[in-house]
Design a protein around this ligand. Structure first.
Ligand code: SF4
Length: 463
């Protein structure tokens, strides 16, 4: 497929037409759409657009509750936790909203060295993390070898009883052979955020450098799959373009990936644009908290099998509300500050901005307060080599609960025994015992067998 033309799946006219209707769905139409989601079928963009027009407060509550039910059906109570790790903030692009942009002279620049990566990895492991997402700026020459080295360094860091078991990378467009290098290094999901699919908004915010190539970025997930990458994740930076447009566009993108590669998008990350040091950039299409939650809920209803990823950069109450309307993964705990030394950069510039600076124990405790979300550190799928089409068909055929329920409980117990504060451990053990009571016999048996092994000191147990 040529990469210098608009891909056929991104049908701007169809999106505009779907968003052009004005009337809210009536009872029957709303019920039909929600029933389709409950049957775990993907929605059309017309149906998702209808959900955007829901205005009746009772209908809105129904929409949110149904999103939660869909999430429960596919993922159960699990919220998977991952830590972003910013390894470099050098960047060749000028994206007006980003602190890393080439022209921002108020931040100190840094490449993390392998010993620093090792130390950062240890700090994350000491919090209990098992999953890391590598984040860096986008350089004219992508320096894939640097990323490859970071992946291998992190896979070889151990601290006490723990290690990093899955390393995902957040990258832009690469050459096929570069994606292949990452795949050979055993990366988990390759995350390629489009940020906004709205072409005028994209071009206005990305003024120069590699990321200003709107079309190149749209085609990058295809290149990644064709190069043999197992899992690709998509992402939005909400507020950069109209959220309604971006949500429908990312649905079309995910549908295209499912159609062509049988794998779909493993995740859709949904982060809101936030002010950054050296900023001065006005969010072009700001979303209220209510709109943000509705956007998350509609995404869950529209692409039921896709992981929906939020960040604890959002206010605590809001990301927890997000977990109640369809979010299945949280980014958090970037800092055990791996960048202490970055703060000593010469010239008293503002240190590299770090985002998700909650300690994972605080996040877990906050999730446990509602006694319904089960924090998960599970990495069974990558350990078993399940990715892409194999992962999707497993989820579609039997849902994620039968294996993932017991595996998540075991991974959570591993966290509680080795990393949690006493209070969190007490709350967590209580929750596990309640969740066991709610499991069907075979799953309960499997979970109890795994728990027995973890309690006896065995780690990384899964089925
Ligand atoms: S390419 Fe990424 S890191 Fe660089 S300025 Fe743009 S958004 Fe920031």
């Amino acid at each position: 497929m040529p990469t210098d033309t608009l891909p056929p799946w991104l049908d701007h006219q169809a999106i505009d037409k779907a968003l052009g209707r004005e009337s809210a769905p009536d009872n029957a139409e709303l019920r039909d759409i929600l029933d389709k989601s409950l049957a775990l079928e993907s929605l059309s963009i017309q149906e998702a657009a209808a959900l955007m027009r829901v205005s009746d407060p009772e209908h809105l509550v129904l929409l949110m509750n149904t999103a939660d039910q869909v999430k429960q059906k596919v993922y159960g109570d699990r919220i998977v936790l991952s830590a972003p790790l910013h390894i470099s903030n050098y960047c060749g692009s000028e994206c007006l909203y980003c602190a890393n942009r080439r022209g921002n002279t108020t931040v100190a620049r840094k490449y993390m060295t392998p010993p620093e990566m090792r130390e950062a990895g240890r700090k994350l492991i000491r919090q209990g993390h098992k999953r890391v997402i590598l984040v860096s700026g986008q350089l004219p020459n992508a320096e894939v070898e640097y990323l490859e080295e970071a992946v291998s360094v992190l896979y070889t860091v151990f601290d006490g009883m723990g290690e990093i078991r899955r390393v995902n990378v957040n990258v832009g467009p690469l050459k096929p052979e570069e994606y292949a290098i990452l795949q050979a290094a055993d990366v988990g999901t390759v995350l390629i955020y489009q940020d906004t699919y709205h072409e005028a908004s994209y071009r206005a915010a990305h003024v120069s450098g590699p990321k200003s190539d709107y079309l190149g970025r749209l085609h990058a997930p295809d290149t990644a799959f064709q190069a043999g990458v197992g899992d690709v994740g998509l992402g939005l930076l909400l507020g950069l373009g109209p959220w309604q447009y971006d949500l429908l566009a990312v649905m079309l993108h995910a549908a295209h990936l499912t159609r062509v590669y049988d794998a779909g998008s493993r995740t859709v990350s949904m982060h809101r644009l936030r002010p950054v040091p050296g900023g001065g950039f006005e969010v072009p299409y700001p979303l209220s908290d209510g709109e943000y939650l509705r956007c998350v809920a509609i995404a869950r209803l529209a692409v039921p099998y896709t992981g929906i990823v939020l960040t604890t950069k959002e206010p605590a109450g809001l990301w927890r509300d997000g977990c109640n309307v369809g979010c299945s993964q949280l980014l958090t705990g970037s800092v055990a500050n791996p960048y202490e030394s970055w703060n000593e950069a010469p010239g008293e510039k503002i240190p590299f901005p770090i985002g998700e600076d909650c300690h994972v124990d605080e996040v877990v405790r906050f999730l446990l307060e509602e006694a319904r979300h089960l924090p998960s550190f599970c990495t069974a799928c990558p350990r078993l080599g399940r990715s892409g089409p194999e992962f999707l068909s497993m989820v579609q055929e039997c849902g994620m609960k039968s294996q993932c329920g017991p595996n998540s409980i075991a991974s959570f117990m591993e966290f509680l025994l080795n990393y949690a504060t006493p209070y969190t451990r007490q709350m967590g053990e209580k929750l596990i015992s309640e969740k066991l009571d709610g499991l069907p016999g075979p799953e309960r048996g499997a979970a109890e067998r795994l728990l027995q092994k973890v309690r006896s000191g065995r780690m990384d147990e899964f089925i």
